[in-house]
Design a protein around this ligand. Structure first.
Ligand code: APR
Length: 320
């Protein structure tokens, strides 16, 4: 049986890390695409030269032509520009919306049967635009944000409780931005919900509130430290987890930006919700019950995403 083919559109910090991880995990052959000549070829060759040391078999190829992504099983999109200090994800919209047009058309022409995972920010609006431009089915186009946001939340909770990150589960709903909704009630240590852990004296409400805020600001904290770009190790790891769930038909339940068509009372919007991801793509959206506060937070987040989609439509009226 031939190996799976993974196309990575964007060969920058996240794209290069994705290629390395895909190799290390032997997920398949990798085509790293970028508009900059030499960059994806150089990174691919460098990673390929690590294969004999690590002992993985995968063809890694750099490309500047969309024809090279033909037949890809998975396409992960990181093309575009990242944030610099002082910028919000939304400031990237103008440039990255145009990038999504080129990428969406390239995928439609050469890899229309692929599962597409978008990472480019502002995430929820970009995955919506990418779906529009590519014309692929909604269940085959999703956005990576929730896995990353909940990983940040899990790390901070594990550090607060002094337990393994493995035993902490956490859920984050809504858009990938300041309005994201970390759900404390659905976050646990070995099944024990965080509110119960507060009652058990493991932490205080104030400390958990600070962790929620740090999670919301998780991307900005790293941009502030790096000064020249944004996070890439954890975003790439999160993207690979989603790709693996699809390729291995694992039916993982992962938070991601998925297309809502009535779920949670929301129509025609991409926003972060829990999703069963397997060989059918985004197979099922999990509708958990939300209390009034959580619903209010989710609605606010959806409104923010809608505002960004409207801004995309203003930039390119063909999207309207
Ligand atoms: N087609 C393909 N690649 C493109 C295009 C395009 N039209 N425009 C830009 N690129 C490439 C750039 O040449 C660059 O190599 O996208 C790459 C982006 O890489 P980085 O600048 O290193 O950004 P990165 O940290 O990987 O983040 C990419 O993901 O998390 C988001 O906010 C982040 O939107 C940003 C994206």
């Amino acid at each position: 049986m031939a190996r799976n083919k993974i196309a990575l559109i964007g060969g920058g910090n996240i794209g290069g890390t994705l290629a390395h991880l895909a190799g290390l995990k032997e997920l398949g052959d990798v085509v790293l695409f970028d508009i900059v000549e030499g960059l994806p070829q150089g990174k691919s060759l460098d990673i390929a030269q690590s294969a004999p040391i690590e002992g993985f078999d995968a063809d890694l190829k750099g490309a500047n032509d969309y024809a090279d992504i033909a037949g890809a099983d998975v396409v992960i999109v990181t093309a575009g520009v990242p944030r610099k200090p002082g910028m919000s994800r939304d400031d990237l919209l103008g440039i990255n919306c145009k990038v999504m047009k080129a990428v969406g058309e390239g995928i439609a022409a050469h890899a229309p049967d692929a599962m597409v995972i978008c990472i480019t920010n502002p995430l929820d609006a970009m995955v919506w635009a990418l779906r529009q431009y590519s014309g692929l089915p909604h269940n085959k186009v999703v956005g990576m944000a929730g896995v990353l946001d909940s990983a940040r939340f899990r790390l901070f909770l594990a550090q607060e409780f002094g337990v393994s990150v493995e035993d902490v589960t956490a859920f984050v709903l809504g858009g990938h931005g300041d309005t994201m909704v970390p759900l404390i009630r659905y976050s646990t240590v070995a099944g024990i919900p965080v509110p119960d852990l507060i009652k058990m004296g493991w932490s205080s409400q104030e400390k958990i509130d600070a962790i929620v805020q740090r999670t919301r600001d998780g991307g900005a904290e790293i941009v502030g430290l790096l000064k020249t770009g944004s996070a890439f190790y954890a975003p790439a790891t999160a993207g690979i987890e989603m790709a693996e769930a699809y390729l291995k038909d694992k039916k993982r339940v992962l938070p991601m930006a998925a297309h809502l068509s009535g779920q949670y009372g929301v129509n025609d919007l991409y926003v972060g919700v829990p999703v069963v991801i397997g060989a059918g793509g985004a197979e099922r959206i999990v509708e958990i019950s939300l209390n009034d506060d959580e619903m209010a937070g989710f609605t606010k987040s959806c409104d923010a995403v809608r505002g960004l989609i409207d801004a995309c439509k203003n930039i390119d009226p063909s999207l309207a």
